[in-house]
Design a protein around this ligand. Structure first.
Ligand code: NDP
Length: 503
Protein backbone atom coordinates (compact mmCIF):
# COMPACT_ATOMS: atom_id res chain seq x y z
CA UNK A 1 0.00 0.00 0.00
CA UNK A 2 1.54 3.36 -0.96
CA UNK A 3 2.32 5.96 1.66
CA UNK A 4 0.67 9.27 0.82
CA UNK A 5 3.13 11.78 -0.60
CA UNK A 6 3.46 15.06 1.17
CA UNK A 7 3.43 17.08 -1.99
CA UNK A 8 2.28 16.24 -5.47
CA UNK A 9 5.35 15.94 -7.59
CA UNK A 10 7.73 15.70 -4.65
CA UNK A 11 8.95 12.21 -5.18
CA UNK A 12 12.41 10.77 -5.39
CA UNK A 13 13.50 9.28 -8.73
CA UNK A 14 12.42 5.70 -9.27
CA UNK A 15 15.08 3.10 -8.66
CA UNK A 16 15.08 -0.41 -10.16
CA UNK A 17 11.63 0.05 -11.71
CA UNK A 18 9.83 0.52 -8.38
CA UNK A 19 7.33 3.34 -7.92
CA UNK A 20 8.92 6.62 -6.92
CA UNK A 21 9.39 7.26 -3.22
CA UNK A 22 7.80 10.13 -1.38
CA UNK A 23 10.13 12.81 -0.11
CA UNK A 24 9.43 14.42 3.22
CA UNK A 25 10.81 17.94 3.18
CA UNK A 26 11.04 20.59 5.83
CA UNK A 27 8.19 23.06 6.05
CA UNK A 28 9.51 26.58 6.53
CA UNK A 29 7.76 29.91 6.08
CA UNK A 30 4.76 28.21 4.50
CA UNK A 31 6.79 26.29 1.89
CA UNK A 32 8.21 22.78 1.61
CA UNK A 33 11.98 23.04 1.27
CA UNK A 34 15.02 20.78 1.07
CA UNK A 35 17.86 20.97 3.56
CA UNK A 36 20.24 23.80 2.77
CA UNK A 37 23.02 21.27 2.19
CA UNK A 38 20.70 18.91 0.30
CA UNK A 39 21.23 16.06 2.79
CA UNK A 40 18.57 13.39 3.30
CA UNK A 41 18.04 10.25 5.36
CA UNK A 42 15.92 7.16 4.87
CA UNK A 43 12.55 6.54 6.49
CA UNK A 44 11.95 2.81 6.88
CA UNK A 45 8.82 0.74 7.43
CA UNK A 46 9.73 -1.29 10.54
CA UNK A 47 7.26 -4.06 9.69
CA UNK A 48 8.99 -4.85 6.40
CA UNK A 49 12.36 -3.09 6.70
CA UNK A 50 11.54 -1.45 3.38
CA UNK A 51 12.34 2.09 2.43
CA UNK A 52 9.24 4.30 2.73
CA UNK A 53 10.54 7.72 1.92
CA UNK A 54 13.57 9.95 1.88
CA UNK A 55 13.58 12.73 4.41
CA UNK A 56 15.33 16.11 4.42
CA UNK A 57 18.06 15.94 7.04
CA UNK A 58 18.04 19.16 9.01
CA UNK A 59 21.09 20.70 10.62
CA UNK A 60 21.70 23.90 12.56
CA UNK A 61 21.36 26.12 9.47
CA UNK A 62 17.94 24.61 8.66
CA UNK A 63 16.80 25.22 12.21
CA UNK A 64 18.04 28.79 11.96
CA UNK A 65 16.10 29.31 8.75
CA UNK A 66 12.92 27.99 10.41
CA UNK A 67 13.45 29.99 13.60
CA UNK A 68 14.01 33.20 11.62
CA UNK A 69 10.78 32.57 9.68
CA UNK A 70 8.94 31.88 12.93
CA UNK A 71 10.36 35.01 14.51
CA UNK A 72 9.35 37.16 11.54
CA UNK A 73 5.83 35.73 11.59
CA UNK A 74 5.60 36.36 15.31
CA UNK A 75 6.85 39.93 15.14
CA UNK A 76 5.23 41.04 11.90
CA UNK A 77 2.46 38.58 11.04
CA UNK A 78 -1.20 38.53 12.03
CA UNK A 79 -1.25 35.34 14.12
CA UNK A 80 -0.35 36.68 17.56
CA UNK A 81 -2.47 39.78 17.03
CA UNK A 82 -5.71 38.37 15.70
CA UNK A 83 -8.81 38.09 17.91
CA UNK A 84 -8.73 34.90 19.95
CA UNK A 85 -11.93 33.71 18.28
CA UNK A 86 -10.38 33.92 14.81
CA UNK A 87 -7.33 31.98 15.98
CA UNK A 88 -9.46 29.33 17.65
CA UNK A 89 -11.65 29.02 14.55
CA UNK A 90 -8.50 28.29 12.54
CA UNK A 91 -7.46 25.61 15.04
CA UNK A 92 -10.90 24.01 14.78
CA UNK A 93 -10.55 24.00 11.01
CA UNK A 94 -7.19 22.23 11.31
CA UNK A 95 -8.81 19.61 13.58
CA UNK A 96 -11.56 19.13 10.99
CA UNK A 97 -9.02 18.76 8.20
CA UNK A 98 -7.17 16.10 10.20
CA UNK A 99 -10.42 14.15 10.50
CA UNK A 100 -11.08 14.54 6.78
CA UNK A 101 -7.69 12.96 6.10
CA UNK A 102 -7.99 10.42 8.87
CA UNK A 103 -7.46 7.36 6.71
CA UNK A 104 -4.41 8.70 4.90
CA UNK A 105 -2.87 9.91 8.15
CA UNK A 106 -3.58 6.59 9.89
CA UNK A 107 -2.00 4.67 7.04
CA UNK A 108 1.08 6.88 7.13
CA UNK A 109 1.34 6.51 10.91
CA UNK A 110 1.09 2.74 10.72
CA UNK A 111 3.61 2.42 7.90
CA UNK A 112 6.03 4.66 9.79
CA UNK A 113 5.67 3.08 13.24
CA UNK A 114 4.54 -0.52 12.68
CA UNK A 115 1.56 0.01 14.99
CA UNK A 116 -1.78 -1.67 14.21
CA UNK A 117 -3.90 0.31 11.76
CA UNK A 118 -6.88 0.09 14.10
CA UNK A 119 -4.94 1.97 16.77
CA UNK A 120 -3.93 4.65 14.29
CA UNK A 121 -7.45 4.98 12.88
CA UNK A 122 -9.35 4.86 16.13
CA UNK A 123 -6.78 6.20 18.57
CA UNK A 124 -3.91 8.34 17.34
CA UNK A 125 -5.50 10.31 14.52
CA UNK A 126 -8.87 11.16 16.11
CA UNK A 127 -6.95 12.22 19.21
CA UNK A 128 -4.73 14.48 17.09
CA UNK A 129 -7.87 16.18 15.76
CA UNK A 130 -9.28 16.35 19.27
CA UNK A 131 -6.14 18.12 20.47
CA UNK A 132 -6.91 20.98 18.08
CA UNK A 133 -10.62 21.01 18.85
CA UNK A 134 -9.98 20.90 22.58
CA UNK A 135 -7.39 23.67 22.73
CA UNK A 136 -9.47 25.86 20.43
CA UNK A 137 -12.16 25.66 23.10
CA UNK A 138 -9.87 25.88 26.11
CA UNK A 139 -7.93 28.92 24.87
CA UNK A 140 -11.18 30.80 24.35
CA UNK A 141 -12.09 30.16 27.97
CA UNK A 142 -8.76 30.94 29.63
CA UNK A 143 -9.47 33.48 32.32
CA UNK A 144 -7.23 36.35 33.27
CA UNK A 145 -7.16 38.16 36.60
CA UNK A 146 -7.99 41.70 37.63
CA UNK A 147 -7.63 43.17 41.13
CA UNK A 148 -9.27 46.36 42.26
CA UNK A 149 -7.10 48.29 44.70
CA UNK A 150 -9.46 51.23 45.08
CA UNK A 151 -11.97 52.77 42.66
CA UNK A 152 -9.12 54.49 40.79
CA UNK A 153 -6.50 51.76 40.77
CA UNK A 154 -6.71 48.37 39.15
CA UNK A 155 -4.09 45.71 38.43
CA UNK A 156 -4.74 43.14 35.78
CA UNK A 157 -2.81 40.23 34.41
CA UNK A 158 -2.81 39.02 30.86
CA UNK A 159 -1.17 36.08 29.18
CA UNK A 160 1.04 36.86 26.24
CA UNK A 161 2.60 34.45 23.77
CA UNK A 162 6.25 33.59 24.30
CA UNK A 163 7.35 34.08 20.71
CA UNK A 164 9.16 31.24 18.95
CA UNK A 165 8.79 27.90 20.70
CA UNK A 166 10.51 24.60 19.90
CA UNK A 167 8.58 21.35 20.08
CA UNK A 168 10.53 18.08 20.10
CA UNK A 169 8.55 14.87 19.88
CA UNK A 170 9.11 11.08 20.00
CA UNK A 171 8.19 8.28 17.63
CA UNK A 172 5.73 6.23 19.66
CA UNK A 173 2.62 8.40 19.18
CA UNK A 174 3.90 10.76 16.51
CA UNK A 175 0.96 12.91 15.45
CA UNK A 176 -0.88 12.50 18.74
CA UNK A 177 2.02 13.90 20.76
CA UNK A 178 3.07 16.52 18.22
CA UNK A 179 -0.43 18.02 18.10
CA UNK A 180 -0.63 17.86 21.91
CA UNK A 181 2.06 20.56 21.84
CA UNK A 182 1.35 22.34 18.54
CA UNK A 183 -2.31 23.07 19.33
CA UNK A 184 -1.83 24.88 22.68
CA UNK A 185 1.30 26.65 21.43
CA UNK A 186 -0.56 28.03 18.43
CA UNK A 187 -3.68 28.74 20.47
CA UNK A 188 -1.70 31.16 22.62
CA UNK A 189 -0.37 33.00 19.57
CA UNK A 190 3.16 31.58 19.38
CA UNK A 191 5.03 30.58 16.26
CA UNK A 192 6.44 27.07 16.41
CA UNK A 193 9.25 24.95 15.06
CA UNK A 194 8.41 21.26 15.35
CA UNK A 195 11.18 18.66 15.29
CA UNK A 196 9.60 15.21 14.91
CA UNK A 197 11.49 12.00 15.70
CA UNK A 198 13.72 10.64 12.95
CA UNK A 199 11.82 7.34 12.77
CA UNK A 200 8.46 8.97 12.17
CA UNK A 201 8.58 11.99 9.89
CA UNK A 202 5.44 11.23 7.82
CA UNK A 203 2.49 12.65 9.72
CA UNK A 204 4.33 15.80 10.84
CA UNK A 205 4.90 16.50 7.15
CA UNK A 206 1.26 15.83 6.38
CA UNK A 207 0.28 18.15 9.20
CA UNK A 208 2.34 20.83 7.48
CA UNK A 209 0.38 20.18 4.32
CA UNK A 210 -2.83 20.65 6.27
CA UNK A 211 -1.54 23.94 7.70
CA UNK A 212 -0.72 25.07 4.18
CA UNK A 213 -4.20 24.13 2.91
CA UNK A 214 -5.75 25.92 5.87
CA UNK A 215 -3.80 29.08 4.93
CA UNK A 216 -2.12 29.40 8.27
CA UNK A 217 0.04 32.53 7.95
CA UNK A 218 3.53 31.60 6.70
CA UNK A 219 6.13 31.02 9.41
CA UNK A 220 3.63 30.30 12.20
CA UNK A 221 4.09 26.54 11.88
CA UNK A 222 7.42 25.09 10.75
CA UNK A 223 8.75 21.54 10.66
CA UNK A 224 12.42 20.64 10.52
CA UNK A 225 13.30 16.98 10.27
CA UNK A 226 16.47 15.76 11.84
CA UNK A 227 18.46 12.70 12.49
CA UNK A 228 20.06 11.79 15.78
CA UNK A 229 22.26 13.71 18.18
CA UNK A 230 24.17 16.92 17.32
CA UNK A 231 21.60 17.75 14.67
CA UNK A 232 18.30 19.58 14.33
CA UNK A 233 16.95 18.79 17.80
CA UNK A 234 20.01 20.06 19.55
CA UNK A 235 20.24 23.13 17.33
CA UNK A 236 16.66 24.00 18.25
CA UNK A 237 17.44 23.79 21.96
CA UNK A 238 20.56 25.92 21.43
CA UNK A 239 18.99 28.67 19.34
CA UNK A 240 18.95 32.00 21.13
CA UNK A 241 15.66 33.13 19.54
CA UNK A 242 13.74 30.11 20.84
CA UNK A 243 12.03 31.06 24.08
CA UNK A 244 10.81 27.66 25.22
CA UNK A 245 11.20 23.96 24.52
CA UNK A 246 8.46 21.44 25.07
CA UNK A 247 10.02 18.00 24.89
CA UNK A 248 8.68 14.46 25.09
CA UNK A 249 11.20 11.66 24.98
CA UNK A 250 13.86 9.82 26.90
CA UNK A 251 15.40 10.97 30.14
CA UNK A 252 18.94 11.15 28.78
CA UNK A 253 17.76 13.41 25.96
CA UNK A 254 15.92 15.55 28.51
CA UNK A 255 19.12 15.94 30.49
CA UNK A 256 21.04 16.92 27.36
CA UNK A 257 18.36 19.45 26.43
CA UNK A 258 18.33 20.96 29.89
CA UNK A 259 22.08 21.49 29.79
CA UNK A 260 22.06 23.14 26.38
CA UNK A 261 18.88 25.16 27.01
CA UNK A 262 20.34 26.58 30.21
CA UNK A 263 22.79 28.60 28.09
CA UNK A 264 19.91 30.71 26.79
CA UNK A 265 17.63 30.29 29.86
CA UNK A 266 14.71 28.73 28.04
CA UNK A 267 11.43 27.79 29.64
CA UNK A 268 11.15 23.99 29.61
CA UNK A 269 8.58 21.28 29.98
CA UNK A 270 9.61 17.64 29.87
CA UNK A 271 7.50 14.52 29.50
CA UNK A 272 9.97 11.72 30.00
CA UNK A 273 10.06 8.00 30.68
CA UNK A 274 7.74 5.89 32.77
CA UNK A 275 7.46 2.49 34.39
CA UNK A 276 3.73 2.38 34.98
CA UNK A 277 2.26 -0.11 37.41
CA UNK A 278 -1.00 -2.02 37.43
CA UNK A 279 -1.98 -3.12 40.94
CA UNK A 280 -4.67 -5.78 41.26
CA UNK A 281 -6.08 -6.39 44.76
CA UNK A 282 -7.84 -9.59 45.79
CA UNK A 283 -11.26 -7.92 45.72
CA UNK A 284 -10.87 -6.57 42.19
CA UNK A 285 -13.21 -7.52 39.39
CA UNK A 286 -10.77 -9.76 37.50
CA UNK A 287 -12.98 -9.89 34.45
CA UNK A 288 -12.21 -6.18 34.00
CA UNK A 289 -8.80 -5.94 35.63
CA UNK A 290 -7.03 -8.70 33.68
CA UNK A 291 -7.93 -7.65 30.12
CA UNK A 292 -7.21 -4.01 30.95
CA UNK A 293 -3.86 -4.86 32.55
CA UNK A 294 -2.90 -6.85 29.46
CA UNK A 295 -3.98 -4.04 27.14
CA UNK A 296 -2.06 -1.56 29.32
CA UNK A 297 1.09 -3.64 28.95
CA UNK A 298 0.95 -4.45 25.24
CA UNK A 299 -0.90 -1.66 23.45
CA UNK A 300 1.38 -0.08 20.84
CA UNK A 301 3.77 -3.02 21.44
CA UNK A 302 4.37 -1.71 24.96
CA UNK A 303 5.82 1.50 23.54
CA UNK A 304 3.72 3.93 25.52
CA UNK A 305 5.06 6.07 28.33
CA UNK A 306 1.81 5.34 30.21
CA UNK A 307 2.05 1.57 29.67
CA UNK A 308 1.31 -0.63 32.66
CA UNK A 309 4.69 -2.26 32.33
CA UNK A 310 4.70 -3.84 35.80
CA UNK A 311 1.83 -5.93 37.07
CA UNK A 312 1.45 -6.29 40.84
CA UNK A 313 -1.02 -9.01 41.88
CA UNK A 314 -2.04 -9.71 45.47
CA UNK A 315 -0.65 -13.10 46.50
CA UNK A 316 -4.01 -14.48 47.61
CA UNK A 317 -5.35 -14.37 44.02
CA UNK A 318 -2.13 -15.04 42.11
CA UNK A 319 -2.97 -18.70 41.33
CA UNK A 320 -6.37 -17.70 40.03
CA UNK A 321 -5.14 -14.69 38.06
CA UNK A 322 -2.14 -16.26 36.28
CA UNK A 323 -4.08 -18.54 33.89
CA UNK A 324 -6.44 -15.68 33.06
CA UNK A 325 -3.49 -13.42 32.30
CA UNK A 326 -1.84 -16.09 30.13
CA UNK A 327 -5.08 -16.64 28.21
CA UNK A 328 -5.52 -12.90 27.62
CA UNK A 329 -1.91 -12.53 26.43
CA UNK A 330 -2.14 -15.55 24.13
CA UNK A 331 -5.26 -14.09 22.57
CA UNK A 332 -3.38 -11.00 21.36
CA UNK A 333 -3.06 -11.23 17.63
CA UNK A 334 0.44 -10.23 16.53
CA UNK A 335 0.38 -9.59 12.84
CA UNK A 336 0.52 -7.37 9.81
CA UNK A 337 -0.02 -3.84 11.09
CA UNK A 338 -2.19 -3.08 8.09
CA UNK A 339 -4.80 -5.72 8.95
CA UNK A 340 -7.75 -4.51 11.03
CA UNK A 341 -7.71 -7.60 13.28
CA UNK A 342 -4.06 -7.09 14.32
CA UNK A 343 -3.61 -6.09 17.95
CA UNK A 344 0.19 -5.95 18.08
CA UNK A 345 2.44 -4.91 15.24
CA UNK A 346 6.14 -4.28 14.83
CA UNK A 347 8.50 -2.55 17.21
CA UNK A 348 9.85 0.73 15.89
CA UNK A 349 13.40 -0.19 14.87
CA UNK A 350 16.16 -2.76 14.94
CA UNK A 351 17.86 -0.83 17.71
CA UNK A 352 14.75 -0.91 19.91
CA UNK A 353 14.06 -4.54 19.01
CA UNK A 354 17.56 -5.63 20.01
CA UNK A 355 17.33 -3.68 23.25
CA UNK A 356 14.04 -5.36 24.14
CA UNK A 357 15.44 -8.80 23.21
CA UNK A 358 18.33 -8.25 25.63
CA UNK A 359 15.78 -7.71 28.41
CA UNK A 360 13.91 -10.84 27.34
CA UNK A 361 17.13 -12.87 27.58
CA UNK A 362 17.83 -11.40 30.99
CA UNK A 363 14.30 -12.30 32.09
CA UNK A 364 14.82 -15.89 30.99
CA UNK A 365 17.96 -16.06 33.14
CA UNK A 366 16.65 -14.24 36.20
CA UNK A 367 13.02 -15.32 36.31
CA UNK A 368 10.43 -17.70 34.84
CA UNK A 369 9.09 -17.12 31.35
CA UNK A 370 5.33 -17.48 31.62
CA UNK A 371 4.36 -16.75 28.03
CA UNK A 372 5.91 -15.39 24.82
CA UNK A 373 9.60 -14.55 24.67
CA UNK A 374 10.33 -15.14 20.99
CA UNK A 375 10.67 -12.94 17.91
CA UNK A 376 8.21 -13.96 15.23
CA UNK A 377 7.50 -13.48 11.59
CA UNK A 378 3.73 -13.16 11.54
CA UNK A 379 3.15 -13.28 7.79
CA UNK A 380 4.80 -13.51 4.42
CA UNK A 381 6.72 -10.34 3.58
CA UNK A 382 7.17 -9.43 7.22
CA UNK A 383 10.21 -11.63 7.87
CA UNK A 384 12.47 -8.62 8.28
CA UNK A 385 10.08 -6.81 10.62
CA UNK A 386 10.60 -6.35 14.34
CA UNK A 387 7.84 -8.53 15.70
CA UNK A 388 8.02 -10.01 19.17
CA UNK A 389 5.53 -12.14 21.06
CA UNK A 390 3.93 -10.41 24.03
CA UNK A 391 6.11 -11.65 26.87
CA UNK A 392 5.35 -12.18 30.55
CA UNK A 393 7.73 -13.14 33.34
CA UNK A 394 7.16 -14.21 36.92
CA UNK A 395 9.60 -14.96 39.76
CA UNK A 396 11.62 -11.84 39.17
CA UNK A 397 12.82 -9.83 42.15
CA UNK A 398 11.47 -6.29 42.20
CA UNK A 399 15.08 -5.10 41.97
CA UNK A 400 15.54 -6.77 38.57
CA UNK A 401 16.20 -4.33 35.69
CA UNK A 402 13.06 -5.77 34.07
CA UNK A 403 11.02 -4.41 36.97
CA UNK A 404 12.92 -1.14 37.25
CA UNK A 405 14.01 0.09 33.81
CA UNK A 406 11.82 1.47 31.07
CA UNK A 407 12.03 -1.29 28.45
CA UNK A 408 9.51 0.35 26.09
CA UNK A 409 8.52 -2.97 24.57
CA UNK A 410 6.09 -5.88 25.05
CA UNK A 411 7.61 -7.27 28.24
CA UNK A 412 5.61 -7.57 31.45
CA UNK A 413 6.87 -8.79 34.83
CA UNK A 414 4.23 -10.02 37.29
CA UNK A 415 5.19 -9.27 40.88
CA UNK A 416 3.16 -10.62 43.81
CA UNK A 417 2.50 -8.53 46.92
CA UNK A 418 0.89 -9.16 50.30
CA UNK A 419 -0.24 -5.88 51.82
CA UNK A 420 -1.36 -2.51 50.60
CA UNK A 421 1.83 -0.95 51.92
CA UNK A 422 3.98 -3.53 50.06
CA UNK A 423 2.20 -2.61 46.87
CA UNK A 424 2.68 1.13 47.40
CA UNK A 425 6.36 0.68 48.27
CA UNK A 426 7.06 -1.47 45.23
CA UNK A 427 5.15 0.81 42.87
CA UNK A 428 7.23 3.71 44.21
CA UNK A 429 10.51 1.82 44.01
CA UNK A 430 11.46 2.96 40.49
CA UNK A 431 12.99 6.31 39.56
CA UNK A 432 9.89 7.08 37.51
CA UNK A 433 6.55 8.50 38.61
CA UNK A 434 4.31 8.83 35.60
CA UNK A 435 1.30 6.56 36.01
CA UNK A 436 -0.35 3.68 37.86
CA UNK A 437 -3.63 1.83 37.70
CA UNK A 438 -5.24 0.41 40.85
CA UNK A 439 -7.92 -2.27 40.84
CA UNK A 440 -10.15 -2.95 43.85
CA UNK A 441 -13.85 -2.78 44.75
CA UNK A 442 -12.99 -1.06 48.04
CA UNK A 443 -13.16 2.67 47.41
CA UNK A 444 -11.32 3.51 50.64
CA UNK A 445 -8.46 1.22 49.74
CA UNK A 446 -8.33 2.75 46.26
CA UNK A 447 -8.10 6.16 47.86
CA UNK A 448 -5.35 5.17 50.31
CA UNK A 449 -3.29 3.51 47.60
CA UNK A 450 -3.71 6.30 45.06
CA UNK A 451 -2.64 8.77 47.75
CA UNK A 452 0.45 6.69 48.49
CA UNK A 453 1.60 6.33 44.91
CA UNK A 454 3.98 9.00 43.64
CA UNK A 455 2.79 9.44 40.06
CA UNK A 456 1.36 12.18 37.89
CA UNK A 457 -1.77 10.14 37.19
CA UNK A 458 -3.36 7.24 39.05
CA UNK A 459 -6.29 5.45 37.46
CA UNK A 460 -8.74 3.57 39.66
CA UNK A 461 -10.44 0.61 37.99
CA UNK A 462 -9.47 1.91 34.56
CA UNK A 463 -6.45 2.76 32.43
CA UNK A 464 -5.61 5.42 29.83
CA UNK A 465 -8.72 7.49 30.61
CA UNK A 466 -7.85 11.13 29.92
CA UNK A 467 -9.83 14.29 30.25
CA UNK A 468 -7.79 16.86 28.37
CA UNK A 469 -8.59 19.54 30.96
CA UNK A 470 -6.56 17.71 33.61
CA UNK A 471 -2.80 18.19 34.04
CA UNK A 472 -0.59 15.61 32.43
CA UNK A 473 3.01 14.92 33.37
CA UNK A 474 5.28 12.96 35.62
CA UNK A 475 6.73 13.10 39.10
CA UNK A 476 10.33 12.18 39.94
CA UNK A 477 12.35 11.30 36.82
CA UNK A 478 9.24 11.18 34.63
CA UNK A 479 9.17 14.82 33.86
CA UNK A 480 9.12 18.47 34.70
CA UNK A 481 5.99 20.55 34.44
CA UNK A 482 2.52 19.66 33.26
CA UNK A 483 0.74 19.86 29.93
CA UNK A 484 -2.96 19.64 29.18
CA UNK A 485 -5.78 22.14 29.69
CA UNK A 486 -4.78 25.47 31.20
CA UNK A 487 -1.41 24.01 32.23
CA UNK A 488 -0.32 23.83 28.61
CA UNK A 489 -1.82 27.22 27.80
CA UNK A 490 0.07 28.71 30.73
CA UNK A 491 3.30 27.02 29.71
CA UNK A 492 3.03 28.46 26.22
CA UNK A 493 2.48 32.00 27.49
CA UNK A 494 3.88 34.60 29.85
CA UNK A 495 1.87 36.29 32.57
CA UNK A 496 2.10 40.04 32.49
CA UNK A 497 0.75 42.45 35.08
CA UNK A 498 -0.30 45.96 34.20
CA UNK A 499 -1.15 48.24 37.11
CA UNK A 500 -3.43 51.19 36.27
CA UNK A 501 -3.83 54.39 38.24
CA UNK A 502 -6.72 56.26 36.62
CA UNK A 503 -6.57 60.07 36.72
P1 NDP B 1 14.29 10.39 22.32
O1 NDP B 1 14.59 11.17 23.55
O2 NDP B 1 15.33 9.51 21.76
O3 NDP B 1 13.88 11.35 21.14
C1 NDP B 1 12.83 12.29 21.28
C2 NDP B 1 13.09 13.47 20.37
O4 NDP B 1 14.26 14.17 20.81
C3 NDP B 1 13.37 13.07 18.93
O5 NDP B 1 12.75 14.02 18.08
C4 NDP B 1 14.87 13.15 18.86
O6 NDP B 1 15.37 13.34 17.58
C5 NDP B 1 15.14 14.36 19.71
N1 NDP B 1 16.52 14.46 20.19
C6 NDP B 1 17.45 13.49 20.30
N2 NDP B 1 18.59 13.99 20.81
C7 NDP B 1 18.37 15.30 21.04
C8 NDP B 1 19.15 16.37 21.58
N3 NDP B 1 20.39 16.18 22.01
N4 NDP B 1 18.59 17.59 21.68
C9 NDP B 1 17.33 17.80 21.28
N5 NDP B 1 16.54 16.84 20.75
C10 NDP B 1 17.05 15.61 20.64
O7 NDP B 1 12.96 9.58 22.66
P2 NDP B 1 12.25 8.49 21.75
O8 NDP B 1 11.88 9.11 20.44
O9 NDP B 1 13.10 7.27 21.76
O10 NDP B 1 10.89 8.23 22.53
C11 NDP B 1 10.74 7.27 23.53
C12 NDP B 1 10.79 7.92 24.88
O11 NDP B 1 9.78 8.92 25.00
C13 NDP B 1 10.53 6.96 26.02
O12 NDP B 1 11.44 7.17 27.06
C14 NDP B 1 9.15 7.36 26.49
O13 NDP B 1 8.84 7.05 27.82
C15 NDP B 1 9.15 8.81 26.25
N6 NDP B 1 7.77 9.29 26.20
C16 NDP B 1 7.29 9.99 27.27
C17 NDP B 1 5.99 10.40 27.30
C18 NDP B 1 5.47 11.18 28.45
O14 NDP B 1 4.44 11.81 28.29
N7 NDP B 1 6.10 11.18 29.60
C19 NDP B 1 5.06 10.09 26.20
C20 NDP B 1 5.68 9.35 25.12
C21 NDP B 1 6.99 8.96 25.14
P3 NDP B 1 15.93 12.08 16.73
O15 NDP B 1 14.78 11.18 16.56
O16 NDP B 1 16.38 12.71 15.47
O17 NDP B 1 17.04 11.47 17.54
Amino acid sequence: MPIPTNQPGQTAPAADGKPPLPQFRHFVDGQFVDSLNGATFDDMNPATDELLATVARGEAQDIDRAVQAAKKSFEEGPWARMPIKARCDKLREIGDRILERREALALAETLDTGKPITESLEGDIPRAAQNFHFFAEAAGQLHEESYTIDPMERHFTSREPLGVVGLITPWNLPLYLATWKVAPALAMGNSVVLKPAEWTPATATMLAEIMQEANLPPGVFNVVHGFGPNAAGEALTRHSEVRAISFTGENATGQAIMKVASETLKKLTFELGGKGATVIFEDADLSQAVPTAVRAAFRNQGQICLAGSRLFVQKSILEQALPEIVAAVQAIRVGDPLLPETRMGSLISREQFEKVLRYVELGKQEGRLLVGGEPISPAEGLGKGYFLQPTVFTNLPNESPICQKEIFGPVLPIIPFETEQDAIDMVNSTRYGLSASVWSRDVNRCHRVSQGIRAGIVWVNCWFARDLRTPFGGMKASGIGREGGRYALEFFSEAKTVAYRYQ
